[in-house]
Design a protein around this ligand. Structure first.
Ligand code: NDP
Length: 283
């Protein structure tokens, strides 16, 4: 029987800490950390994320602004908004909800956001800082995974860590963060030969491929820590991870459920990054 890593409870605990630090910060400096969220178009999933981010800001006592722009927004209009927010002293973090409608260039936006306000940590400057281990912001989902491990008392040092998925927002930074903690890291992807064999070597397995229930019990070493980043919708509309919980849980020592594992941590880490940005702004 694996111990369930309760992402909701850990997330609530961290948000409580952020709330306290925010009160202290506001008392000292006379202003609150401010987050601006930009969304272009009417993608329902993105709208839910943006709503959740605003709610989280209210919960921890941040100032927040939401810009809900029509799908017809031009690149120039979007760039001008980013420029305005870059110059706005009340805003310490800027997040542009991705994906953008096809006619807009995501890279232009990522490059335009001031790295000091890049609370998603997508700007190449921040990506480079993560690579050398000297960072202010960590990308939210991998940072959430590290916080779950740390707060569950799981030591990464010297462990065989297998990250499956190599995207810029999850897999690659996840591998780097595990390496910074002295894990022995293997990164797998769709071209990996004999994935099951590599997974069976893992003391810590991070599944981030976006395929429902892909990782089954036979791919897991007895006693492994299994972190499921995947968020997939089943045909019946239910949310499910990349890990087949029923067959993996009996073999794992720790496991994150979906929902209620990594998911709640992502927005919490965004709050953490925004507080860091506000603190850095008064240094
Ligand atoms: P991407 O689609 O950008 O990347 C998927 C990665 O998985 C790629 O590197 C791909 O390999 C690899 N992959 C796909 N199929 C296989 C396979 N059969 N075997 C091995 N590797 C495979 O996804 P993201 O990284 O953005 O997201 C991954 C998952 O995490 C998704 O379910 C997403 O919804 C979820 N997610 C959850 C978040 C949260 O808050 N909990 C936040 C962000 C994402 P290749 O590079 O070779 O194509």
């Amino acid at each position: 029987m694996a111990k369930i890593i309760d992402g909701k409870a850990i997330s609530a605990q961290i948000r409580e800490e952020i709330k306290k630090e925010t009160e202290q910060f506001a008392a000292e400096h006379g202003f609150r950390p401010g987050l601006a969220v930009i969304i272009v178009g009417e993608d329902p999933a993105s709208q839910v994320y943006v709503r959740n981010k605003r709610r989280a800001c209210d919960e921890v006592g941040f100032y927040s602004e939401a810009y809900e722009l029509p799908a017809s927004t031009t690149q120039d209009e979007l760039n001008s908004l980013v420029d305005k927010l870059n110059a706005d002293k009340a805003i310490h973090g800027i997040l542009c909800q991705l994906p953008l409608p096809r006619h807009l260039d995501e890279n232009q936006v990522i490059l335009r956001i001031d790295p000091k306000k890049d609370v998603d940590a997508f700007h190449p400057y921040n990506v480079g800082k993560i690579m050398i281990g000297d960072y202010s912001f960590l990308p939210c989902t991998p940072a959430g995974v590290m916080a779950l491990l740390e707060r569950s008392g799981i030591d990464v040092c010297g462990k065989e860590c297998v990250v499956v998925g190599r995207s810029n927002i999850v897999g690659k930074p996840q591998a780097m963060l595990l390496l910074h903690k002295s894990g022995t890291v293997t990164v797998c992807h769709s071209k990996t030969r004999d994935l099951a064999e590599v997974c069976r070597r893992a003391d810590i397995l991070v599944a981030a491929i976006g395929k429902a229930d892909f990782f089954t019990g036979d791919m897991i070493k007895e006693g492994a820590v299994v972190i499921d980043v995947g968020m997939n919708r089943r045909a019946d509309g239910k949310l499910t991870g990349d890990v087949d919980f029923a067959t993996v849980e009996p073999k794992a020592s720790y496991i994150t459920p979906v929902p209620g594992g990594v998911g709640p941590m992502t927005i919490t880490m965004l709050m953490q990054n925004t507080l860091t940005a506000a603190k850095d702004s008064v240094k």
